[in-house]
Ligand binder design. Structure first.
Ligand code: ADP
Ligand code: MG
Length: 348
C-alpha cells in the first residue's frame, strides 16, 4: 500500500514548530527512513500518518485514499516507539494478542496468531512471562510482534532501536529488515542514526527544520547530495566554498580545482564536496588537483585512519581517510569532486 504526503504542513497548537510543506511518497512494501537530528520533525511525520495529530494542511493518502478524518484505529497502521510501551500487567502473549482482541477476533484465533508472531520474533518460549522480566531487546521484539500481528498495511517505527545497546541494536536492525520484507508492510522508520538509515532503508528522507531536504537511495544520498547541508548529514566530508571561473574549473581560494561543472556557468557560487576516502596520499608530481602541504591530526579506527591534511596555501585542514597517510601532498581525482550549488542564506 502506498503512502503519500503532498505539501503537508503542521504546527503544534500554541507553538511555532512542526513540519513545513513535506512531500513524500513511499511505494508499497518500501522501507523509507526519515532521518534528521532531534527536533527536525521526524516524529511529527509519523504521528500525522498514524492519525494522532489533527489540523494539518495538505494531503495525506494511504493506498491513494485521503485519510483526513479517519481515526487511528481505522488506518491499518502498526506502530513501534523508542520506549516499548508494553502493558506491564499482561504477559508477553496477551500483549501481542491485545490488538486482535480490540478487533473482535475470537480467543483461539488470537492465541494462535499471537504465538505465530512470537515464533517469528524468536520469543515463543517467553509467551507466558511478564514483559517486565524481559531485556530491552526482547521487549522491543514484543512491541514489533504486537504491531505486526494484525498485518498492518503501514508500519511506523519511531527510533525503535535508540534505547538499546550497540550489539543488540545491530542484531535487531537486521531482524526488523527481515520481518518487514516478509510481511511486506509499507514502512516509515524514524531515526537520527545515519548508519541505521543507510543500512536499513530502500530510500532515505533527510529532514531538518521541519522540511525534507532530499529523498533518495542511500548510495545516491552519499554520492550525490543536492546541497552541502545534506552532505553534512550523510558520512564525513570536507565542504569547500568556491566559484566556477571557467568550464571545469573552480576557484576555492587556496587552489584551482578541476571538476565536473556542467551544471553551472562561470561566476556561479558553489560548494565543493570532498569525501575523505577519495583523497589520494602523496600522488605523483603531475597529478591533477595536487595540493602540497602537511599532515596534521590523525585518528585511528582500526581498519582505517582519518586524518587532517593542511595544504600550504590554507589554514583549513581537509579530512582524509585511508590506511596510508599522506606525508607531503594529496590529490583528488576530478571525478570524485562533487560540485554543489552554494546554499542560500536561509541555511547559512
Ligand atoms: P523529532 O522527532 O525529529 O525529534 P518532532 O517531530 O517530535 O521532532 O518535533 C518537531 C518540532 O515540533 C520540534 O521543534 C519540537 O520541539 C516540536 N514539538 C513536538 N511535539 C510538540 C508538542 N506536543 N507541542 C509543541 N511543540 C512540539
Ligand atoms: Mg522524535
Amino acid at each position: 500500500m502506498s503512502l503519500h504526503f503532498e505539501n503537508v504542513s503542521f504546527t503544534y497548537p500554541g507553538a511555532q514548530h512542526g513540519i513545513e510543506a513535506v512531500t513524500l511518497s513511499v511505494a508499497p512494501g518500501e522501507l523509507l527512513a526519515v532521518m534528521g537530528r532531534s527536533g527536525s520533525g521526524k516524529s511529527t511525520i509519523l504521528r500525522l500518518t498514524a492519525g494522532l495529530l489533527d489540523g494539518y494542511q495538505g494531503r495525506i493518502a494511504i493506498a491513494g485514499r485521503d485519510v483526513a478524518g479517519i481515526p487511528v484505529w481505522r488506518r491499518d497502521v502498526g506502530m513501534v516507539f523508542q520506549q516499548y510501551a508494553l502493558f506491564p500487567h499482561l504477559n508477553v502473549l496477551d500483549n501481542v494478542a491485545y490488538g486482535l482482541r480490540m478487533r473482535g477476533i475470537d480467543a483461539a484465533k488470537r492465541r494462535a496468531r499471537a504465538l505465530d508472531m512470537l515464533e517469528r520474533v524468536g520469543l515463543a518460549e517467553h509467551a507466558g512471562r511478564r514483559t517486565t522480566l524481559l531485556s530491552g531487546g526482547q521487549q522491543q521484539r514484543v512491541a514489533l510482534a504486537r504491531a505486526l500481528v494484525f498485518e498492518p498495511k503501514v508500519l511506523l517505527l519511531d527510533e525503535p532501536l535508540a534505547a538499546l545497546d550497540a550489539g543488540i541494536r545491530q542484531q535487531l536492525r537486521d531482524e526488523i529488515r527481515t520481518l518487514q520484507r516478509a510481511c511486506g508492510a509499507t514502512t516509515l522508520l524514524v531515526t537520527h542514526d545515519q548508519d541505521e538509515a543507510l543500512s536499513l532503508a530502500d530510500r532515505v528522507a533527510v529532514v531538518d527544520g521541519g522540511r525534507v531536504l532530499q529523498v533518495d537511495t542511500p548510495d545516491r544520498l552519499y554520492d550525490r547530495p543536492v546541497t552541502a547541508q545534506v552532505a553534512r548529514f550523510v558520512g564525513h566530508s570536507s565542504i569547500v566554498p568556491g566559484r566556477v571561473i571557467a568550464n571545469g574549473t573552480v576557484d576555492v581560494s587556496f587552489a584551482l580545482l578541476f571538476a565536473d561543472t556542467r551544471a553551472f556557468v562561470p561566476g556561479d557560487r558553489v560548494d565543493v564536496l570532498i569525501r575523505p576516502e577519495h583523497v589520494q596520499p602523496d600522488p605523483p608530481a603531475t597529478a591533477v588537483n595536487r595540493l602540497a602541504g602537511r599532515r596534521a591530526e590523525v585518528r585511528y579506527f582500526g581498519a582505517t585512519c582519518r586524518y587532517d591534511f593542511v595544504p600550504d596555501s590554507t589554514h583549513e585542514p581537509l579530512l582524509c581517510e585511508g590506511r596510508r597517510l599522506a606525508e607531503h601532498a594529496i590529490a583528488i581525482d576530478p571525478e570524485h569532486l562533487h560540485v554543489l550549488r552554494a546554499q542560500t542564506s536561509q541555511f547559512c
